[in-house]
Write a protein that binds this ligand. Structure first.
Ligand code: FBP
Ligand code: MG
Ligand code: MG
Length: 335
């Protein structure tokens, strides 16, 4: 049982949100330990069901959801929306806040000892569940994630920069290590699941073609590619050393709006990224300010260093003949 406050340095966290942040971090500390013990604690990656989005639920997905849902009952949360639950749960009818959560992000990595995470978004509670979550994403009062990797970290924003906290394994407290993260804009890395190349739209293919063409292409520069398949891990890398992430819509059945969910994945990550000086879009328009049409709605998602994200939007404005042309013939705009 934790005796100290789970967050050592509270100065950047608005007082009214401290009960929620403490609750998230208490559960995060427990999950971190469960994840470190891996198979010693049971088959965490075992398939146990299917969620509304059609994803297989792993044992750890449900364990994490149960733990957050239970602990947040005493943290001033009225409405709780989770990737793992079909509908919004009412935790405390008097609670002042609404919290949306991806309790365990990157589930496919549970069994392979690769970083996974928890993503959360907080709004002031509205009178009914839909009104709490189906509203412009720039009304979030907080957004962030916990990453369970070689280090467990909390990265979050309350609209005044993006802060980073490291879980000290000795004191079992999150300790502030960065007060205002800034995304570097010098990176030459992009992250996309390239196995879907044949399903992408022309502008996305054109952008990636131009990166792959390297020094011989219109960008006259070599690029590197990464794909962890954990949104939290990709976000953390991009916050640390720049680059761009793309999960666009594609032509596969059910993927017209990509894979990632607006309310509890894209909106909070967009908030964190923009507060760190980056940009997050649906490939063309900013995510912040958009409203999800339903709780588990998906959205194409592109985020990272501002110049790269803007460049991808600009590819969508190219005339057809240019976007269809081989890179050598494309009007070689350079942002
Ligand atoms: O397997 P794909 O299509 O590359 O998708 C990977 C993406 O799916 C996710 O795992 C979805 O999140 P969940 O694990 O919470 O369902 C993201 O973390 C990741 O970016
Ligand atoms: Mg996820
Ligand atoms: Mg998940």
């Amino acid at each position: 049982m934790q005796t100290e406050n789970p967050i050592r340095d509270l100065q950047h966290i608005p007082a009214a949100l401290q009960p929620i942040m403490n609750a998230l971090c208490e559960v995060g500390i427990d999950l971190s330990r469960v994840i470190q013990r891996g198979p010693l604690g049971g088959a965490l990656g075992a398939a146990v069901g299917e969620n509304t989005g059609g994803d297989t639920q792993k044992a750890l997905d449900l364990m994490a959801d149960d733990a957050f849902c239970e602990r947040l009952k005493a943290a001033n949360v009225r409405h709780y929306a989770s990737e793992e639950q079909d509908t919004v749960a009412v935790l405390d009818p008097e609670g002042a806040y609404a919290l949306a959560i991806d309790p365990l992000d990157g589930s496919s990595n549970i069994d392979v000892n690769v970083s996974i995470g928890t993503i959360f978004s907080i709004f002031e509670a509205a009178e009914d569940p839909d009104a709490s979550f189906l509203r412009p994403t720039d009304q979030q009062v907080a957004g962030g994630y916990i990453i369970y990797g070689p280090q467990t970290m909390l990265v979050c924003t309350f609209g005044n920069g993006t802060q980073e906290y490291l879980l000290d394994p000795d004191s079992k407290q999150f300790v502030l290590v960065a007060e205002a993260i800034k995304i570097p804009d010098t990176s030459r890395e992009f992250a996309i699941n390239a196995s879907n190349y044949r399903h992408w739209s022309r502008p996305i293919r054109a952008y990636i073609d131009d990166c792959l063409a390297g020094e011989e292409g219109p960008r006259a520069s070599n690029f590197n590619m990464r794909w962890v398949a954990s949104l939290v891990a990709e976000t953390h890398r991009i916050l640390t050393r720049g680059g761009v992430f793309l999960y666009p819509g594609d032509a596969r059945k059910g993927y017209a709006r990509g894979r990632l969910r607006m309310v509890y994945e894209c909106a909070p990550i967009a908030f964190v990224i923009q507060q760190a000086g980056g940009l997050a879009t649906d490939a063309q328009d900013p995510i912040l300010g958009k409203t999800a049409e339903k709780l588990h709605a998906r959205t194409p998602f592109v985020f990272g260093s501002t110049d790269k994200v803007s460049r991808i939007a600009a590819y969508h404005d190219l005339p057809d003949e240019e976007v269809n042309a081989l890179f050598g013939n494309r009007g070689l705009f350079r942002v």
